[in-house]
Design a protein. Structure first.
Length: 629
């Protein structure tokens, strides 16, 4: 973190927008090609030139965070490869060097720690034909000497200005292990050039509170950066500071803007953050010098409930870790934590949910869709839950459910505590089912070799279906993964309440008393889940829950004793659930004959509304029970 002094300059809104107008009309992006492979490799050509069966391919570079979630790799192992990675066409026509020193090709490579000596060459050609490429003269050839680190490379390719070319990386003439390649860019190099990478600023705050803008900057020029001018503007005033700093070429640092964001009233502020000068001169590449932020002051802040979506599967041997973590969170934070197990690659998968969640591995978790692909454990789940609970929250959700048979409606009242302009909030309902039988689970913790795991070390691998039921299972999404468009108006005033109703026919195969419905408020501008509220079947008592006619009981309301009469012979268990969905009474599964009567003592039950159910292998029946004393 860099500390510094600064001064405030006040300018009119007109001058600020005039500056933006000049900037937008006189600045073109100085990057002509960029590839980080995060969106796939279909637009590249990978050629196994010697037909040895090995080639370039995508790779998950866990040891190198700057490589993101994907890079490409060519493996040599004990053979001698000859593999070509050929880029799509790169257009270098209509480029002038008036504002820069040269055109640079940047890329990053890494090799194995124990077998680092990988040979590669870089070719720039007018043809993408493999024969033409290998017969050309490479612009650079190297045998890597040090493995286990990222090597950042830069080549001057100014000689190709005015041409359309293909860039090829050839891995050959070695027999080590593998080479990784990522973050390829063709760009104009200048002397003074800074990039604003991202910012951190509280999205929601209270009046009269200081909120600091923290910035990440990268020196993208040839010179050391010794000072940078950074300005933020909310449409009224410029807050400009000349910040002394030392950033070496290609180095990234963080700093705090000295002028905090602070408002005394309730408002939405749209803020532009701009780096205007580097080392006292105008940055020659201003296309990467602007960031945009929003901040809202709130009349009050509602403590949010936290949604954690965990990627899992019955095939996943490490996924019992997620089961244990969610049970821990249920036990300790049942009124604030909402967990959903998003199955992928098994019969419990909901394709819409799984494909949109796009987990990078299993088990991993998304927290409020703002912290992605996080490690799953009881400790990490609790830590991230507590971190998210500290934030300010702009809206409260109130749910009014109603169910008759299998026809469900949920009326959602959303109350906002700030003013919003041109917002894109949306509502959706996430359907999940607990206590789901009939599916086993692969278990790598069996036998304790991988340490204790909440009792799973005492279970076999795989766990048979009759030994495990699954909880938190994502069944469906009502309103779409990204929420229902226009379920919330785009312009909102402080204190405004918005009503929206979801209607849903519950499929016959879902066990009603085990269903829960999580209503989420999504900010579709960034995908963040702002708040979540949960309702379960036991709370839906506006109308009687008449689920088939499998049994009857009397009296209802009751005080001391009820008599349950079965209408269909079969193997059933009997359970009574309180209004939180907790089972407070049960009779183990047994054969119950047609018209058999069962007496149940209720004198020790607190007065209230309950759900009584008969649960069989193929069907379940539920009704509402009222106890009065």
């Amino acid at each position: 973190m860099v500390k510094f002094e600064a001064e405030l300059t006040m300018k009119t809104t007109f001058i600020f927008f005039l500056f933006l107008l000049i900037l937008c009309n006189n600045t073109l992006a100085q990057s002509y090609f960029f590839e980080d492979f995060e969106n796939g490799v279909d637009h590249w050509d990978f050629v196994d030139y010697n037909n040895d069966g090995r080639n370039w391919g995508t790779y998950v570079p866990g040891a190198y965070p700057s490589f993101g979630t994907k890079s490409i790799s060519s493996r040599s192992i004990s053979i001698t490869p000859d593999n070509l990675a050929v880029s799509p066409a790169v257009n270098l026509s209509n480029i002038s060097l008036e504002n820069g020193n040269y055109i640079a090709l940047d890329y990053q490579i890494a090799t194995s720690v124990s077998n680092p000596y990988e040979k590669y060459s870089v070719y720039i050609t007018h043809s993408s034909n493999p024969e033409d490429i290998v017969n050309a003269v490479p612009v650079y050839t190297e045998t890597v000497q040090t493995g286990g680190i990222i090597h950042k490379k830069r080549l001057d390719i100014s000689g190709y200005i005015g041409q359309i070319v293909y860039i090829t990386f050839r891995h050959y003439d070695c027999s080590q292990f593998s080479i990784l390649l990522d973050n390829i860019e063709v760009r104009k190099m200048g002397t003074n050039n800074v990039k604003l990478n991202n910012y951190q600023l509280e999205r929601y705050t209270l009046p009269n509170q200081d909120n600091t803008i923290e910035l990440s900057l990268t020196n993208r020029g040839e010179n050391n950066i010794t000072s940078v001018n950074i300005m933020w503007n909310d449409g009224t005033n410029d807050h400009t500071s000349n910040i002394p700093i030392n950033i070496l070429p290609d180095e990234t640092v963080s700093l705090q803007h000295p002028f905090a964001v602070n408002y005394s009233d309730i408002r939405q502020a749209d803020i532009s953050i701009t780096a205007t000068h580097v080392n006292g001169e105008i940055d020659f590449d201003q296309a990467d010098n602007i960031l945009h932020a929003k901040i809202n002051t709130l009349s009050q802040s509602i403590t949010p409930k936290i949604l954690i979506e965990e990627g899992t599967g019955t095939w996943c041997g490490w996924c019992p870790r997620g089961i244990v973590a969610m049970k821990y969170m249920d036990a300790h934070y049942s009124n604030q934590f909402i967990g959903i197990a998003v199955h992928d690659g098994d019969v419990l998968e909901n394709e819409e949910y799984a494909s949109n969640s796009n987990f990078a591995g299993f088990p991993l978790m998304h927290v409020d869709r703002t912290l992605f692909n996080q490690h799953v454990s009881s400790e990490s789940m609790e830590e991230l839950f507590n971190l998210r609970r500290q934030r300010k929250n702009p809206a409260a959700l109130q749910l009014v459910p109603d169910i008759t048979g299998r026809e469900l409606s949920i009326r959602v009242n959303t109350t906002f505590y700030s003013n919003f302009s041109q917002s894109d909030f949306r509502l959706a309902v996430l359907v999940m089912e607990n206590n789901l039988p009939g599916y086993g689970q692969v278990n790598y913790y069996a036998g304790g070799t991988n340490g204790p795991m909440g009792g799973f070390e005492s279970l076999p691998d795989p766990i048979p279906a009759d030994m495990i039921n699954h909880d938190h299972v994502a069944r469906e999404i009502i309103g779409g993964y990204h929420g229902t468009e226009n379920s919330i108006p785009e312009n909102i005033t402080d204190g405004q309440s918005v009503e929206y109703t979801f209607n849903y026919t519950i499929p016959e195969e879902y066990n009603l008393q085990n269903l829960q419905f999580a209503v989420v408020l999504i900010d579709n501008e960034n995908g963040e889940i702002v708040n979540t509220e949960l309702v379960s079947l036991a709370e839906m008592s506006v109308n009687d829950i008449e689920v088939l006619q499998g049994f009857s009981f009397s009296p209802n309301p009751a005080s001391d004793l009820i008599y349950l009469k079965n209408n269909e012979e079969g193997l059933y268990s009997v359970k009574i659930y309180d209004n939180s969905g907790k089972a407070v009474y049960s009779i183990a599964q047994k054969l119950i004959s047609k018209n058999q009567t069962i007496a149940i003592q209720l004198s020790n039950f607190p007065a209230g509304i309950y759900i009584i159910s008969m649960e069989g292998k193929t069907n379940s029946y539920s009704k509402r029970l009222i106890i009065k004393h």
